[in-house]
Design a protein. Structure first.
Lengths: 410, 306
């Protein structure tokens, strides 16, 4: 008995000792997993600590379950990623106030709540309508004119009539299956919320959250969604996954792609060498000359962690050391969210996002003001049925309006 | 130490590891979960969220949610179709590989192998087949041109997507059930079949009067396994359809192929209602327990009758 007790003691102290020299980070971008691990290993060696990186991607159902399981098990990571207001609220009780960190003054996109800074912006990302510049030039369309609904409608009609000349299957690569709900009910949905408004203007969001629907705006948005669905590759629209959607654009089978600059590595892997860039969404009759740019997710530090000082240093070193900057920009190919980093990413679409941002032509990301429940379980099915043609545009508008009203009553 | 106490110690020592695991991962979570079903527990660090006892609210909320009711219905439909598909295919395969067939052991292994592939991977493989392989077959062979029509993709409509799930389910599970039938068929005394042959019984009559009745015990087992497995289907559901495409019920847009297990998962982790998901899981358990008890009871009675 004594011997067993002794063995237990040894085991306990061993795990305790091991636990102290360990910094855990859980993040939601599997595409940068290898790069982050390599950087973290080097950083850990310098600082005498083992850094464990856990990467779990996907929509709002992606990282959440693991985080909840770890929280219930008392094994919460020291640093974890969250994507916006709704998920911040989920963990508000344990997220550390980072207002006094040195990197705060170097960024404009940190996550703030009630005047305090809680989230370290992982990167800057953007999306609009990614276009194949070569094909547009062939069809004689200037991407600079694509800033409103009517211009897109004309361009889509023209491209559609030139299908065989251009060697394309369809005009747009758009995905609207349930699995791809993040494209419709998260990204495309944001056009309704933020397009054409000053950066950070929440007037439409707040109205919709209160159940007040601007029918004019919703009608114009429905026209835009209809246009995208009508000229999309049908099989990708209804059943395609991410690979199918990006693949069609990468191989020149569509002129437009409804995704953001995170597809750069995928396009590179597919040897897509044509010229490309982003054009604004044409979800309104008026000109909306800008694309959607923001930090996609933020790192939060767990207040209850034993390694708060180390975690703070880890985040700070990402910004202030050359290794950190090199990892963010050159290795992971992300657009840095901080001033004072002179490196630039290589991807064409990332460069396009930087150009739009430098020109100040940006609209915000407001979809995270709506819960994952609302977006994935209420909106995704509506978009899906509209794409499949089982509901009309009028029904789409009615269902959307009803969804906002029901949501406000919850 | 007497022989009796020694054997008793051995008994408990050998049982202990399994018992320990069973209690830790089945019994305790079950009771803890049933308790959480009556609370507002969420396993997150919301500021305003103390653990409160809220009675039957989670249950009433679940039973008034159209998506849960729909998932119930669709799970029943899926279970029945899947049970029929798996058992018919499995029994046919079993007859095939117990007959006079060359390389029958190779076939047995071949039919069994899909069962060794994990459900998630299987779902993605079949997603590729339904979305890419079949349409490109259609564009290659003019006679099968309809397969390339994007409106006819199996996964683009919820009824055909459910059928797709049955196909994948049968493909995955039939080989395993086949093994049980093979064992049962090979246990049938050869002299019975010979006697029947001498009496001039056709293969069809031999099948109906000898093979099927003498496999009754196997049917009890296979029915139970396929019932429970179909009812609990989750991984293929996630990777093949993610619950889509959507449809309407009671004026609300909902996911058209979301089986119960996926509904419970989504309630927990997309809607962040862990306790309500617990309540649903509890209902799920009760219904499944009742159905499988009835099934075993009916099958057992059949065993005696035959």
């Amino acid at each position: 008995m004594k011997r067993i007790a002794l063995a237990f003691m040894v085991l306990l102290t061993a795990t305790a000792a091991f636990g102290a020299g360990k910094l855990t980070l859980m993040q939601n971008k599997p595409e940068i997993d290898a790069q982050l691990k390599a950087y973290a290993a080097a950083w850990g060696q310098k600082n005498g600590v083992t850094v464990v990186i856990k990467s779990i991607g996907g929509t709002s159902g992606g990282m959440g379950p693991q985080l909840k399981a770890d929280y219930a098990a008392g094994d919460m990571p020291d640093i974890f990623a969250f994507d916006g207001l709704e998920s911040f609220k989920e963990w508000e009780g344990i997220i550390l106030d980072l207002s006094k960190e040195p990197w705060v003054s170097k960024t404009s996109v940190a996550f703030k709540y009630n005047g305090k800074v809680y989230g370290f912006p992982v990167a800057v990302e953007g999306w609009g309508m990614a276009y194949n510049a070569d094909l547009l030039a062939k069809a004689g369309i200037d991407p600079k004119t694509l800033t409103r609904y009517d211009a897109y409608k004309k361009a889509f009609e023209k491209l559609d009539s030139m299908k065989s000349e251009l060697g394309i299957n369809a005009v747009v690569s758009m995905a609207a299956s349930v699995e791809m709900g993040w494209v419709t009910a998260h990204h495309n949905f944001n056009s309704l919320l933020a397009n054409g408004l000053p950066y950070g203007d929440l007037s439409v969001v707040n109205d919709l959250l209160a159940g007040k629907v601007d029918m004019q705006r919703l009608q114009e948005y429905a026209d835009w969604v209809e246009l995208l669905f009508k000229y999309a590759d049908k099989s990708i629209l209804l059943t395609g996954n991410y690979d199918a959607q990006v693949g069609a654009f990468a191989t020149g089978k569509t002129v437009f792609l409804h995704q953001g600059n995170w597809v750069d590595p995928n396009l590179k892997a597919a040897n897509a060498t044509f010229k490309m860039g982003f054009a604004p969404h044409g979800s309104m009759k008026k000109v909306t000359d800008g694309i959607f740019v923001s930090a996609p997710s933020f790192y939060a530090i767990n207040k209850e962690s034993k390694n708060v000082a180390l975690a703070k240093k880890f985040l700070n070193d990402l910004v202030t050391t050359p290794e950190g900057a090199n990892y963010m920009v050159k290795e992971a190919g992300m657009i840095p969210a901080f001033s004072g980093i002179s490196l630039n990413p290589d991807g064409q679409l990332s460069k396009s996002v930087q150009q739009w941002a430098a020109a100040g032509k940006v609209y915000s990301w407001d979809q995270y003001y709506f819960s994952g429940d609302f977006r994935d379980k209420v909106l995704t099915p509506i978009y899906n049925q509209f794409a499949a043609g089982s509901i009309t545009k009028a029904q789409f508008v009615d269902l959307m309006a009803k969804a906002f009203k029901d949501n406000a009553q919850k | 130490m007497t022989k009796k106490t020694e054997s008793r110690i051995v008994f408990w020592v050998f049982l202990a590891p399994v018992l320990f695991a069973f209690i830790m991962v089945m019994v305790i979570p079950f009771f803890l979960g049933s308790y959480y079903a009556f609370t507002n527990w969420t396993s997150s660090a919301r500021v305003d969220n103390g653990l409160r006892f809220i009675g039957f609210k989670n249950f009433t909320d679940s039973l008034t949610d159209p998506s849960f009711l729909y998932s119930f219905g669709i799970t029943f439909v899926y279970t029945i179709l899947n049970m029929i598909a798996i058992n018919v295919v499995a029994f046919a395969l079993a007859l095939l590989v117990t007959g006079n067939l060359r390389f029958k052991n190779v076939y047995r292994v071949g039919f069994f192998v899909p069962n060794l592939i994990g459900g998630i991977i299987l779902g993605y493989i079949w997603q590729f087949i339904f979305n890419n392989a079949i349409p490109s077959l259609g564009s290659l062979i003019p006679a099968l041109g309809f397969l390339a029509d994007p409106d006819k993709l199996m996964l683009s409509k919820n009824t055909s997507a459910l059928a797709a799930m049955v196909i994948v389910g049968a493909w995955q599970y039939a080989g395993y059930i086949m093994m049980i039938y093979v064992a049962a068929i090979e246990n049938i005394p050869q002299e019975l079949i010979e006697a029947a042959k001498i009496d001039g019984a056709t293969p069809w009559i031999r099948l109906r009067a000898i093979t099927i009745p003498l496999c009754a015990q196997a049917f009890t087992v296979t029915m139970f396994l396929t019932l429970v497995n179909s009812f609990k289907q989750f991984d293929v559901n996630v990777s093949l359809t993610s619950g889509g495409p959507s449809t309407m019920l009671m004026g609300q847009p909902i996911l058209g192929t979301q089986l119960l297990a996926l509904n419970i998962y989504n309630t927990a982790f997309i809607s962040n209602k862990l306790s309500e998901a617990q309540a649903r899981a509890f209902v799920f358990f009760l219904v499944l327990a009742i159905i499988s008890i009835i099934q075993v009871y009916v099958n057992k009675r059949k065993e005696i009758e035959l």
